[in-house]
Design a protein around this ligand. Structure first.
Ligand code: NAD
Ligand code: UDX
Length: 466
């Protein structure tokens, strides 16, 4: 029986291994983590991450051929294939701080693999890493353990949160990069055999190591760039009376452009896009490629601009101050169907509103109160102006304004007449995700701002940019 071990039981390691276990009953899959609490949650009734469909998959496989364990060393030493899916955040200090990927967790995992290995292993980079990381990993492995043969592969993960299970069951492609040697090709084939149990052969792409590593950064940069492009157009729509939804739909009908990932909003968030683009920028700079670095940096700058622009709209529309006013924030997760708030635009928007003196009351169906408070405390916001509500009606009660920051389906179906009746007047609604029907809300009496849509007379002529 082939044994797989995955180091890192996070948003990627957990779902990815659960789907491998589901589709490969003859493979034993162990997911290990240094966080005993996270492992306990994976073994409990409430999984540590919210992901539609994941409960069913885990329930089907756990204890059969899927195991979650804090005994990291034992499972690594017994495995034939070791996936490494640890976090690779942006460095916060030292060389490359604010841009380069922090490979501390990766390096310590690699050293541990070298320490405990007694049999040959395929080591798979699942984490997103800078191009050429495999070379560094090979060095760590071979210099610390010469009795064992290691083959390092790059197998980046393309799943998106909120749709992880579906993305894993039906991936657009699985990418495997390896050394172009006989041993390298053999290792690539062994990993291909795992995916081939459910992924059609023409969707399993093999490349050299550096292409696979770079593809992951490039793919995220391209996706984020589309969002910044449509967000840049949304600002121009507001200035001219065009409607960004109409523009994006018509632009996306061009087969060369395509309709996906053209939804304007309050800015992209999540743990990947910003981190991976900064990483790409850093790599370009290290190679002296300053123009490509500046090009990709601009994707992040437009994203920051979009978040600032939203805050400015809110404050300038409300008589140029939100001081002492209650603002209901509906949605804190970086997108719907996840409880993840890493790099969510809601943090920046709340920070901007709190800085102007607002009392913010947040409601999110999945992000916990502790997490919301922790995220806002981390950006230096005092908690006395922050409330957390159990539902949208409580959040909006007595508020001067509502900001919708995550496109949760339940926000489309709220009783906005009831909400309007309980608010201060004039009642403002700032839709950062274009989820509500602006026309209907205006008929109720709201003053509505929708990103990239023709402006209410109230909002025209007010400063739109910070
Ligand atoms: P995460 O923080 O949710 O999980 C990482 C886990 O690794 C944590 O539980 C941590 O305790 C554990 N860990 C760290 N060092 C360890 C060690 N030495 N031994 C054992 N466990 C260790 O991170 P994530 O969101 O799953 O992301 C993991 C990687 O996958 C990152 O490189 C990320 O860029 C990439 N990625 C993430 C996504 C996503 O949607 N989240 C998608 C594609 C790729
Ligand atoms: C992303 C990539 O999509 C995925 O392939 C990669 O593996 C990890 O990074 P994720 O961050 O989980 O996935 O979610 P994604 O759906 O890409 O959304 C990222 C952010 O962009 C969210 O804040 C989302 O609201 C925003 N977004 C997305 C838009 O503002 N407009 C869009 O059209 C699409």
């Amino acid at each position: 029986m082939v044994k797989i071990c995955c180091i890192g039981a996070g948003y990627v390691g957990g779902p990815t291994m659960a789907v491998i276990a589901l589709k490969c009953p003859s493979i034993e899959v162990a997911v290990v983590d240094i966080s005993a609490a996270r492992i306990a949650a994976w073994n409990g009734d409430e999984l540590p991450i919210y992901e539609p469909g994941l409960d069913e998959v885990v329930r089907q496989c756990r204890g059969r051929n899927l195991f979650f364990s804090a005994d990291v060393e034992r499972h690594v030493s017994e495995a034939d294939i070791v996936f490494v899916s640890v976090n690779t955040p942006t460095k916060t200090r030292g060389l490359g701080a604010g841009k380069a990927a922090d490979l501390t967790y990766w390096e310590s995992a690699a050293r541990m693999i070298a320490d405990v290995s007694k049999s040959d292993k395929i080591v798979v980079e699942k984490s997103t890493v800078p191009v050429k990381t495999a070379e560094a990993i090979e060095k760590i492995l071979t210099h610390n353990c010469n009795a064992v043969n290691f083959q390092v592969l790059s197998n980046p993960e393309f799943l998106a949160e909120g749709t992880a299970v579906q993305d894993l069951l039906r991936p657009d492609r699985v990418l495997i990069g390896g050394r172009e040697t006989a041993a390298g090709r053999k290792a690539v084939d062994a990993l291909k055999d795992v995916y081939a149990r459910w992924v059609p052969a023409d969707r399993i792409v093999t490349t050299n190591l550096w292409s696979a590593e770079l593809t992951k950064l490039a793919a995220n940069a391209f996706l984020a760039q589309r969002i910044s492009s449509v967000n840049a157009i949304s600002a121009l729509c507001e200035a001219t009376g065009a409607d960004v939804s109409e523009v994006a739909a018509a632009v996306g009908m061009d087969g060369r452009i395509g309709p996906k990932f053209l939804t304007a909003g309050v800015g992209f968030g999540g743990s990947c896009f910003q981190k991976d683009i900064l990483n790409l920028v850093y790599i370009c700079e290290r190679h002296g490629l300053h123009e490509p670095a500046a090009y990709w940096k601009q994707v992040i700058e437009v994203n920051d601009y979009q978040k600032r622009r939203f805050v400015t709209r809110v404050v300038s529309s409300m008589f140029n101050t939100v001081s002492g006013k209650k603002v209901a924030v509906l949605g804190f997760a970086f997108k719907k169907d996840t409880g993840d708030s890493r790099e969510t635009p809601a943090i920046d928007v709340c920070k901007g509103l709190l800085a102007d003196g607002a009392a913010v009351c947040v409601y999110d169906p999945q992000v916990t109160e502790d997490q919301i408070r922790q995220d806002l405390a981390a950006v230096g916001e005092p908690m006395r102006q922050v409330g957390v509500a159990r539902d949208a009606y409580e959040a909006a009660g007595g508020a001067h304004a509502i900001c919708i920051l995550t496109e949760w389906d339940e926000f489309k179906a709220l009783d906005y007449r009831r909400i309007f009746d309980g608010m201060q007047k004039p009642a403002f609604l700032f839709d950062g995700r274009n989820v509500v029907d602006g026309g209907e809300l205006r008929r109720i009496g709201f003053i509505v701002y929708s990103i990239g849509k023709p402006l209410d007379p109230w909002l025209r002529g007010m400063p739109a940019v910070a």
